[in-house]
Design a protein around this ligand. Structure first.
Ligand code: ADP
Ligand code: 5GP
Length: 198
């Protein structure tokens, strides 16, 4: 049975960096490419990083019931996990890795409790988070403000997940992530309890 490896955190904590590393390390892991209405960053590719949709296309797909989960992560910016994307990867026998926001991660964890690992990536501090976002040079001031405004609330979600992985020194975080995922992928899925016949 295919498994779900879910990475979540405030924007800038290091999810994408860690997820890319894990994809290099584990042959059977495949990335769930999400749909989004946000603008494409210069290095991003449609179909590899995201499926970039117009707000109208996104809402049509919401109406069609095409999403396993979706969220308005920032005001006016929608993100969602396409059912078709995940089912396609499962048919190929892949384990699927997700890089999604805390609410989406929580929904997926609840939908697949017995075969998912949900990891919250914790930045060493809010100051470090802001610095990383600035140094990434992908966000304008308005986008930085939106992301930092949401970060405090997102940090409070950390205890809900299976593991909190502190991303301070990147080398350490990558090693810990590898260890966690390796153990999880080797473990048999938790057995579904048998109903009591009495
Ligand atoms: P997210 O996907 O959570 O938004 P990224 O993986 O894009 O975060 O990381 C945000 C920025 O911080 C990137 O420029 C990345 O290279 C950098 N970064 C990631 N981890 C660390 C770390 N441990 N120390 C310093 N910089 C980091
Ligand atoms: P970014 O714009 O930096 O790529 O992503 C912003 C936030 O949206 C991140 O927290 C990212 O994990 C989240 N996100 C990306 N894809 C999805 C998705 O399919 N569903 C949800 N709920 N959040 C997503």
């Amino acid at each position: 049975m295919s498994k779900l490896v879910i990475f979540t955190a405030p924007s800038g904590a290091g999810k994408t960096t860690i997820v890319r590393h894990l994809l290099d390390r584990f042959d059977n892991l495949a990335f769930s490419v999400s749909a989004t209405t946000r603008a494409r960053r210069p290095h991003e590719q449609h179909g590899r990083d995201y499926y970039f949709l117009s707000p109208e296309e996104f809402m049509q797909r919401v109406k069609n019931g095409d999403f396993l989960e979706w969220e308005e992560v920032y005001p006016g910016q929608y993100y969602g996990t396409l059912r078709q994307e995940v089912e396609r990867l499962w048919k190929e026998g892949k384990d699927v890795i997700f890089d999604i926001d805390v609410k989406g991660a929580w929904k997926l964890k609840q939908a697949y409790p017995d075969r998912s690992l949900a990891v919250f990536v914790m930045p060493p501090s809010k100051e470090a988070l802001l610095q990383r976002l600035r140094d990434r040079h992908t966000e304008d001031e308005e986008s930085l403000r939106k992301r930092m405004a949401r970060a405090s609330a997102e940090l409070e979600w950390a205890p809900r997940f299976d593991v909190v992985l502190v991303n301070d020194r990147l080398e350490d975080a990558l090693q810990q992530a590898e260890q966690l995922v390796s153990e999880f992928l080797q473990r048999p899925p938790r057995p579904i309890p048998v109903a009591d016949p009495a």
